[in-house]
Write a protein that binds this ligand. Structure first.
Ligand code: ZN
Length: 91
């Protein structure tokens, strides 16, 4: 008899709408602790402080309102990051 293993889904919270969603519905942004390098959807070897945003324009825009994104990640404001995230949306 086959045992069906139900994989428990790990939910992450979008910093814009605060909804819990599964990882594949979100964009992950990670800041490397040691270098301050920022990556959008990094591989599993890239460690650091992370934030998640839903894959939609509304949440991306809201995440950047009043510098929210930068406050959450404790980094300096940098408009290039928003462009990088938008590039993921357009794919
Ligand atoms: Zn959201």
């Amino acid at each position: 008899m086959d045992k069906i293993l139900k994989k428990k889904e790990i939910l992450r919270k979008c910093i814009a709408c605060n909804r819990l969603k599964s990882r594949d519905q979100l964009i992950k942004i990670t800041i490397k602790k040691t270098t301050g390098e920022i990556k959008v959807n990094p591989d599993s070897k890239f460690f650091g402080r992370s934030a998640y945003i839903c894959k939609n324009d509304e949440c991306v825009n809201n995440a950047f309102k009043k510098g929210k994104f930068f406050k959450i990640l404790h980094i300096k404001q940098d408009d290039n990051i928003k462009e990088k995230i938008r590039a993921v949306l357009e794919k």
